[in-house]
Design a protein around this ligand. Sequence first.
Ligand code: 5GP
Length: 175
Amino acid sequence: MQIKDKEFEIYLTSQVIQDRIKGLADQINIDYQGKRPLMIAVLNGAFMFAADLMKSLSGEVEISFVKIASYQATQSTGKLDHLLGLQENVKDRDIILIEDIVDTGLTMSELITNILAQKPASLAVATLLWKKEALQKPMKLQYVGFEIPNKFVVGYGLDYDGLGRNLADIYQLKE
Ligand code: 5GP
């Protein structure tokens, strides 16, 4: 499949993604039983994952969306600009950060620092994809959908230069 100047091939089908998200949600439902977690999803990429995950969560749960800018085209800049849009009070809340993908981990580690400074009761991370071998900052990721190789992916919320977010499957850059 072609997006702009690049060729992509199917990597994770919609069915595989949905099944895995159900598994993550089951685990979150167990871990947060009797609690009222506040999910904080990172836009734009995590919107589909956040929506599908939310649908499989039972019990009381809230969601909020934040926006940061740290990625251009196919190269991570590793710079977290600032956090936009968080209106909820994080203090004493059980927070679950929702990300589409952790690559170098620089974005997530700055996000974690930012949220921890606001003194939540607890903080966990749920990421659909994890490029384990690209990680530059060690961190604990409590809920990981798929560990993937260090190759550029698009689809299911993830874009290549603004395109491809609408795809239900995830595609990998063809080499
Ligand atoms: P990190 O700071 O961990 O290097 O990068 C995190 C952000 O970079 C993700 O939230 C995502 O927006 C973007 N990113 C990292 N790897 C990929 C990839 O393979 N494909 C796309 N579309 N975005 C990526």
